[in-house]
Design a protein around this ligand. Structure first.
Ligand code: UDP
Length: 241
């Protein structure tokens, strides 16, 4: 299946890809490589909204598993996503790409708050808008933040760049016979619990008919390949024919 003609996309990057080959945190050299991928996508003429996770620094669930209050741990996770957004902003600006960070948790000295009309203006001016702090509430993830911003900003697709090259019928790390879907419906992802994004994010995309494209961001040049229909990916859509 090829993607319909797109003008604006939301690109979601998992926090873990910012670690590079490290086990934790941010590898600035690797963030610069990722920024080149984002710039290449923008250079195809697309308007780009960007959401970056925080799992390379802190996940609320992990904190809660160690006895922290879940909401408190989630606030920390949200702050981690702001750090990642600032790192990506810095890398993109090194490449001469204008960006603005908008955070769902207000921090005026550091970045703008999320204001849709202002974000629209930034995109019109050719800037990339990086949305930080997810939906701004605990008990959510940045996947839900990405789905929400994709709907709010009327994006034509949500591209999820992660460490695997699509959605498989079982874990490809554990099962050598695992098969990758070319396309899969939202309801199958939800019913079979296919662990690609959390259920609230998938449901929001389904209800707003936003295709989700899952691909590996670790492969150089892959964003542009996926955008041109030549990459390896899985597309989540109800148009699976
Ligand atoms: N988080 C949250 N609300 C949101 C978005 C994120 O509470 O709307 C917290 C949550 O603790 C999450 C952490 O921020 O685990 C980091 O985000 P996520 O796990 O989505 O990052 P990723 O897996 O994409 O790196």
């Amino acid at each position: 299946m090829t993607l319909p003609k797109m003008n604006r996309v939301l690109l979601k990057l998992s926090g873990e890809v910012l670690m590079g080959t490290n086990q934790f945190g941010i590898d600035p050299a690797f963030v610069l490589e990722l920024a080149k991928e984002v710039k290449a996508a923008k250079d195809t003429g697309l308007e780009i909204c960007l959401v970056i996770g925080g799992g390379n620094i802190f996940r609320g669930m992990a904190g809660a598993a160690q006895g922290m209050d879940r909401a408190q741990a989630d606030y920390m996770g949200m702050l981690a996503t702001v750090m990642n957004a600032l790192a990506m902003q810095s890398a993109l600006e090194q490449l001469g790409v204008e960006t603005r960070v908008q955070s769902a948790v207000q921090m005026d000295q550091v970045c703008e708050p999320v204001i849709r009309r202002r974000a629209e203006r930034h995109l019109e001016k050719g800037r990339i808008v990086i949305f930080a702090a997810g939906v701004g509430a605990p008990y959510f993830t940045t996947d839900s933040g990405a789905a929400l911003r994709a709907a709010e900003m009327k994006c034509d697709a949500l591209l999820k760049g992660t460490s695997v090259d699509g959605i498989y019928d079982s874990d490809p790390k554990k099962n050598a016979d695992a098969k990758r879907f070319e396309t899969v419906s939202y309801s199958k992802v939800l019913a079979d619990d296919l662990k690609v994004m959390d259920a609230s994010a998938v449901a929001l995309c389904r209800d707003n008919e936003i295709p989700i494209v899952v691909f590996s961001i670790r492969e150089k040049g892959n964003v542009v390949k996926v955008l041109s229909g030549e990459g390896t990916q899985t597309i989540v859509t109800d148009h699976t024919a």
